[in-house]
Design a protein around this ligand. Sequence first.
Ligand SMILES: CC(C)(COP(=O)(O)OP(=O)(O)OC[C@H]1O[C@@H](n2cnc3c(N)ncnc32)[C@H](O)[C@@H]1OP(=O)(O)O)[C@@H](O)C(=O)NCCC(=O)NCCS
Length: 257
Amino acid sequence: MAEINFLCIHKKLRSKRLAPVMIKELTRRVHLENIWQAAYTAGVVLPTPITTCQYWHRSLNPKKLIGVGFSRLGARMTMSRTIKLYKLPDQTASSGFRMMEPHDVPAVTRLLRNYLKQFVVSPDFDENDVEHWLLPKKNVVYSFVVESPETHEITDFCSFYTLPSSILGSHNYSILKAVYSYYNVSTRTALTQLMNDALIVAKPKDFDVFNALDVMHNEAFLKELKFGPGVGKLRYYLYNYRTRHVLKPSELGLVLL
Ligand SMILES: CC(C)(COP(=O)(O)OP(=O)(O)OC[C@H]1O[C@@H](n2cnc3c(N)ncnc32)[C@H](O)[C@@H]1OP(=O)(O)O)[C@@H](O)C(=O)NCCC(=O)NCCS
């Protein structure tokens, strides 16, 4: 199955029905590879989503987010109370939590494959995929493992990718530095603690907001870790493949970078 991502038309060429031309040509080239199915996502409604997911946002730098209009000061909240609300510890809580390294690829692949098989739709990662998509790359993707201090077994994994946005019309800031939850697997460490550790390590890298979809088991930690529901929806689509029923977001094990 092909994964289609990064469809983009130059601003000056928008609304000229070039997107369908691009899609038709892409489909032709994928067919030439003898691939007849594809997965893609979009904010817009097209025929026919396999599931509709919601973005949630966790402020890391509330002052900037409020300053640029990404979020608003809550009712009966002051800026200093808001900053205190979102403050994170300096140190991660899970012992053995560290950045993923190249020698972790086999263990992470095993962990991930075993986790993803429970979902109705999920990618079939091999070690090459894990190396390509998940090995840490500065300002692209960050992955962490929990290595048991006793057995040195890799018991848990979490990751996020970065996607900056331009801020229009602000005198103080030009870039919003966002990260997005990618794949997370908890077997020994509680998922909420694992994800709080992900927030803790994202903060000093100067990211402003940590975003997550309500896919996989994410609902279990969103509220407790002070994520708020966003206005953004993300629809998932399959080309030339039908699922038996419309999926709940929690039945989906796929996140596109
Ligand atoms: C998405 C984008 C490529 C569409 O191009 P456009 O110039 O606005 O639209 P066009 O006139 O070329 O084409 C319109 C058709 O494309 C379809 N379309 C729009 N967005 C689409 C998407 N993300 N995926 C598939 N089809 C899409 C529309 O439904 C419409 O088809 P219809 O009339 O049959 O419903 C363009 O708006 C863009 O580059 N946006 C910024 C990047 C982005 O959001 N990419 C999509 C990420 S999912």
